[in-house]
Write a protein that binds this ligand. Structure first.
Ligand code: SF4
Length: 496
């Protein structure tokens, strides 16, 4: 069904209805129709257009929500009564009704039901905070959000593990993020802040100076409020795009400022083509406890297709080198749903990973954003790969390796509306990952496009300050970004 999408609503929750529609059609563009004109038959449609409606009728004891679809001569509608009062409940009723209509029309369901947000576990934590038992939560997820039993069980299992790390909340404990927005080359599917060294290599030195200045200028406030750093995470981009001397300068700065008493220090070494013995040595000397070497796939043709510019052999070599240098906490990232990859490709990837025995495995489902080179068609990528099946295979593999799922999040436009999920061997949970996803801890972030988040626990409120994405502007306007960050942190900590 490739027609243009039009949506008419008689309420304020068009965005919620549109999010469900996107789940089924994977389209960005949904035009909004005037509801009155549609009702009065004053709108004219082209044959290939898909017209959707979402209507709320207010009743004495609640609301009746109707969803309708018209495509060519085909028409279908679904109606349901809800005894709801809050805005949140009304939004959910709109989503449920649209989901039920489209699910029946296309004869398909999605594992996370109507949940379209990126943090489905927050709901589970809220219910746990209210004293719900696991069985009650599983039933709640299935009945209220149409989540599959498998995902409900998974969500409850992970939330129970996460609670060991997120509670008790200590507002003075923070995590630090440091972003290096450079990569050797740009992968075709990339939607992160990443600049190829080939075109932007000349900016690295100025960038590092601005970044370290930002870190230094924030320190006085962190000392004033006696903030304790729990974890440091250096991500990107690819931090190991820096040369040995630059990496040493940055890690030594991070270590001096935040190293005292930290529980975890991660440095992504994502691209195997950027890893050298010298850089691994620097990381070891500066106290990095966890690194990530990311194959994405262990199939050379796919690596070439997605523009990764490294081989499977390089991944294996880098991993073995890191082990030899004493790294005993290594994560590997893989992506499901890469172009042309099916179950047999995944099988090869997992067999190769099994030989290396990383402590953790992060499984991403392909998410194709407009910022990527490879943004043609989400549905076709999904069909090629049978991603839900691959997700199940990976889960079974992880369990066989004595790994358990420990954190989970979703992105927009994920193939089959699935999730990203982290597995690890017991005791190797990445605390930073859990804290950043569940948002109970303030995160102080440095670098281009880095987002500092302050958590006002009592008010259940989160405030954000995002740095500028463009590297040149980030460097040129560094003082203004620092002062916004300090203002935000001050607002939180002066009250505590
Ligand atoms: S390594 Fe990661 S951040 Fe860098 S270009 Fe590839 S996907 Fe983007």
């Amino acid at each position: 069904m490739n027609g243009m999408m039009k949506l008419a609503v008689n309420h304020d929750y068009a965005m919620e209805a549109a999010n469900i529609i996107r789940m089924f059609y994977g389209k960005e563009q949904i035009d909004h129709l005037d509801f009155e004109a549609l009702e009065n038959n004053q709108s004219f449609f082209l044959v290939e257009e898909i017209i959707l409606q979402s209507i709320i009728d207010i009743q004495d004891d609640g609301i009746v929500v109707k969803a309708a679809i018209q495509y060519g001569t085909e028409k279908r509608e679904y109606k349901e009564a809800y005894s709801v009062s809050t805005v949140k409940q009304k939004k959910e009723a709109v989503k449920l009704t649209m989901y039920k209509l489209l699910s029946e029309f296309h004869n398909r369901t999605y594992p996370w039901g109507i949940l379209t947000g990126i943090r489905p576990l927050k709901i589970v934590h809220e219910l746990m905070d209210k004293g719900y038992h696991e069985k009650q939560i599983e039933a709640f997820m299935q009945n209220n959000y149409l989540v599959s039993i498998e995902k409900a069980l998974l969500a409850v299992e992970i939330a129970a593990i996460e609670r060991n790390f997120i509670y008790p909340v200590d507002s003075k404990k923070v995590s630090i993020y440091i972003g290096i927005p450079f990569c050797p080359t740009r992968c075709h599917y990339c939607s992160f802040t990443s600049n190829s060294l080939k075109t932007c290599g000349g900016l690295v030195e100025d960038y590092l100076s601005a970044l370290m200045y930002e870190m230094e200028q924030t320190q006085a406030l962190m000392n004033k409020y006696k903030l304790k750093v729990q974890t440091i995470y250096i991500g990107g981009g690819t931090p190991t795009s820096l040369n040995e001397e630059q990496l040493d300068r940055l890690l030594s700065k991070a270590c001096t400022l935040y190293g005292d008493g930290i529980e975890e220090f991660t440095c992504e070494a994502g691209r195997p083509d950027s890893i050298t013995e010298g850089k691994l040595r620097v990381m070891k000397q500066r106290g990095v406890t966890r690194i990530s070497i990311n194959p994405q796939t262990m199939n050379d043709e796919t690596l070439e297709k997605i523009g990764r510019a490294h081989s499977v052999e390089e991944t294996v070599r880098s991993f073995q080198l890191a082990r030899k240098m004493g790294f005993d906490n290594i994560n590997m990232d893989i992506i499901l749903g890469l172009p042309g990859e099916g179950v047999e490709h995944l099988d090869k990837t997992l067999r190769d990973i099994e030989k290396l025995q990383p402590e953790s495995l992060t499984v991403h489902t392909m998410a194709i954003k407009r910022a990527s080179i490879m943004n043609e068609n989400i549905e076709s990528a999904a069909k090629q790969g049978n991603t839900p099946e691959m997700m199940k295979l990976t889960a079974a593999f992880a369990r066989k390796q004595n790994m358990h799922p420990y954190y989970l999040y979703r992105q927009k436009h994920m193939v089959e509306n699935l999730e990203n999920i982290g597995y690890c061997k017991p005791g190797y949970e990445c605390i930073y990952n859990i804290q950043i996803i569940e948002e109970k801890q303030t995160n102080i972030a440095f670098g281009a496009d880095a987002i500092t988040k302050t958590i006002f626990v009592q008010e259940n409120r989160i405030e954000r300050q995002g740095n500028i994405k463009d590297i040149r502007l980030y460097i040129a306007r560094i003082d203004e970004q620092i002062s916004k960050k300090l203002q935000l942190l001050d607002e939180l900590y002066k009250e505590l």
